[in-house]
Design a protein around this ligand. Structure first.
Ligand SMILES: C[S@@+](CC[C@H](N)C(=O)[O-])C[C@H]1O[C@@H](n2cnc3c(N)ncnc32)[C@H](O)[C@@H]1O
Length: 206
C-alpha cells in the first residue's frame, strides 16, 4: 500500500496514514471472511465468489480518485471493494446476485461506517443479451436474476467508474456491456486472476 512517500505531478497523492490503516484492516477482515467461505462453503459446492487481490484494486482506484465520482462494482460479493471506494470518497454502489453475500456486505458497511449501498440482483440490465464473436450467448459463471439497477435508482450509464472481476472468458461480455449500456467516457476496471487490475475507457486500455 502506498503511503508517506513523496509524489510526482503524475502520481496520485499518497494515502492519509489513518485511512491506509483502516483499509488494511478492512482488507484483512475481507480476506479472513473469504478464507472461511472457501473452506466451509466452496469445498462442498462450487460458488463464483472469489475475492480479488485488494491491494491491486486499491492502486488502480487511487489513480481514478475524484470526490463524488460514481463507482459501481459488478458482482460485489462481500462488498470490500465497494466499501473501499466509498472510503476513498467515491459515491459507491455494488450489485451482487447472492443475497446472503449482500447481507455480509451490508454488515461490513455498517462496521466500517461506510455509506456504500448494495443491491441484491443482477448487474445485467433487464432484457440485455450477449453473444460472442462466434454467436455463443452462454454467460459463463455470470448468473441470472432480476436487474439490480432499479433498486439502486441508477442506470449503468450514470456511473463514472465500473469494476468487475470476471472469470476466464467473461471479460468480452463485460467490455460489450459497458460499450452498449455504459457512458462513453466511463471507465471500466477489470481485475484478473493474475492479480492485475486493468483500466479501460471507450473499450481501449488506458
Ligand atoms: C469473481 S467474484 C468477484 C467478487 C468481488 N467483485 C471481488 O472482486 O473481490 C464474482 C461475483 O459475481 C457474482 N455474480 C455472478 N453473476 C452475477 C450477476 N449476474 N449479477 C451480480 N452478481 C453476479 C458472484 O456471486 C460473485 O460474488
Amino acid at each position: 500500500m502506498t503511503r508517506d512517500r513523496p509524489t510526482t505531478a503524475d502520481e496520485p497523492p499518497a494515502l492519509d496514514p489513518e485511512l491506509a490503516a483502516r483499509l488494511d484492516a478492512l482488507f484483512e477482515e475481507g480476506r479472513a471472511w473469504w478464507h472461511r467461505f472457501d473452506a466451509e462453503v466452496r469445498q462442498d459446492a462450487w460458488h463464483p465468489f472469489v475475492a480479488a487481490e485488494y491491494g491491486s484494486v486499491l492502486t488502480a482506484l487511487m489513480s481514478l480518485r475524484r470526490p463524488g465520482r460514481r463507482f459501481l462494482e459488478w458482482g460485489s460479493g462481500t462488498g470490500v471493494i465497494t466499501i473501499m471506494a466509498d472510503l476513498l470518497d467515491f459515491d459507491s454502489c455494488g450489485i451482487e446476485l447472492d443475497s446472503s453475500l449482500v447481507d455480509v456486505a451490508r454488515d461490513f458497511a455498517t462496521q466500517w461506517h461506510s455509506n456504500a449501498r448494495f443491491a441484491a440482483g443482477s448487474f445485467l440490465p433487464m432484457g440485455w443479451e450477449w453473444r460472442n464473436a462466434r454467436g455463443d450467448g452462454r454467460p459463463g459463471t455470470i448468473g441470472d436474476g432480476p436487474s439490480g439497477y432499479l433498486q439502486l435508482g441508477r442506470a449503468l450509464d450514470e456511473f463514472d467508474v465500473v469494476y468487475g472481476f470476471p472469470w476466464m472468458g467473461e471479460e468480452p461480455l463485460m467490455l460489450d456491456l459497458m460499450r452498449s449500456h455504459g457512458r462513453d467516457d466511463a471507465i471500466l476496471m477489470i481485475h484478473t486472476p493474475q492479480d492485475e487490475t486493468k483500466i479501460y475507457q471507450g473499450g481501449r486500455r488506458v
